[in-house]
Design a protein around this ligand. Sequence first.
Ligand SMILES: [Zn+2]
Length: 202
Amino acid sequence: MKFEKKLVVAAKSALAFEVATKQQFKICTPKGYQAADFFAYNAKSIDEWLSPPHTWIASTSVKPRTGDILLSRFRRPMLKMIEDGGDGIHDMLLPACDQFRYEYFGYKGPHPSCSDNLMNVMRSRGYEINVIPQPINFFTNTNVQINGKLSAPKNIVKPNSYVILESLIDTICVVSSCPFDITPDGWEINSGGVVTELEVEI
Ligand SMILES: [Zn+2]
């Protein structure tokens, strides 16, 4: 698959981009070990957004897999997972990080977050959002045990891991380089708390 342009999502920041129906795009972690929070909206009505919980019930998996159809909160097909170059290491359970999450771990003062990143990039496009949708956290290593215990152990996603998605409707997509630079026990998110850039190819 040949893409026309490459965009860089700077470490700890986010990028919004439009994707037309049937268009494919690629999200990559060139240095590896970096969580990519991914959000998508129906370009014609941002009241409709990508919803992992609505997706699980149809795909019967809490992780996105090649061939899975990703649904909106109105249960309509929005995107398709075309290729997984990330060894299945993705998450659809963790909410986007936010100021409260950093304060919970004792961080003092404002900290960049995927929630703020999303609000800011949507505002830059003229949309004031007051709900943070559940993201798909690509390149995020969550572990769900048989007894239901959940953790995010060491991030083992290799450099140049990627996913390729296809938009099934016109969408506004947002990718956030998760700014989680702390390493609480069992919640590493980004390897060693090092935050790096992501790449998007459209
Ligand atoms: Zn985050």
